[in-house]
Design a protein around this ligand. Structure first.
Ligand SMILES: [Zn+2]
Length: 130
């Protein structure tokens, strides 16, 4: 469930694909962390690239509450052009078309409409590259 507090806290990542790059070793974290694996606490802002390819995937046929209208839908891990990996929905893609290596673009899309409150949550999804 996307509560307003979670939506607010995650807004920079969800809306703008803002990650962090360790100032010491260069490792990229998405979502951001407080401490890097190298022990450093110094990070620079880093925006993830908007293109990549599917490295693994699945089709959700029994969706969790709030996503039932969308089933079946595709989910996958996308390796972005800089090597970063993100988990996201792969939209505008028939399950039969989904395959490892599929080139995708990351787009800003509606994620969920929260029940009676009508709050619409937005975030990123991958779509097959044109
Ligand atoms: Zn580091």
């Amino acid at each position: 469930m996307l509560t307003p507090a979670i939506v607010r806290r995650n807004t920079p990542q969800r809306y703008r694909m803002e990650a962090q790059k360790c100032a010491k070793c260069g490792k990229v974290f998405f979502p951001p962390r407080v401490v890097c694996a190298c022990g450093s606490r110094k990070f620079k802002g880093y925006t993830l690239p908007k293109e990549g390819k599917v490295i693994t995937h699945t089709v959700i046929r029994t969706a969790p509450r709030g996503f039932g209208d969308e089933a079946p839908y595709c989910m996958g891990i996308v390796e972005l052009s800089d090597g970063s990996r993100i988990l996201c929905q792969i939209a505008d893609c028939e399950p039969e078309r989904l395959k490892i290596g599929l080139e995708v673009a990351i787009e800003f899309r509606k994620i969920q409409e929260a029940g009676e409150s009508g709050v619409i949550a937005y975030g990123y999804k991958a779509v097959p590259a044109r």
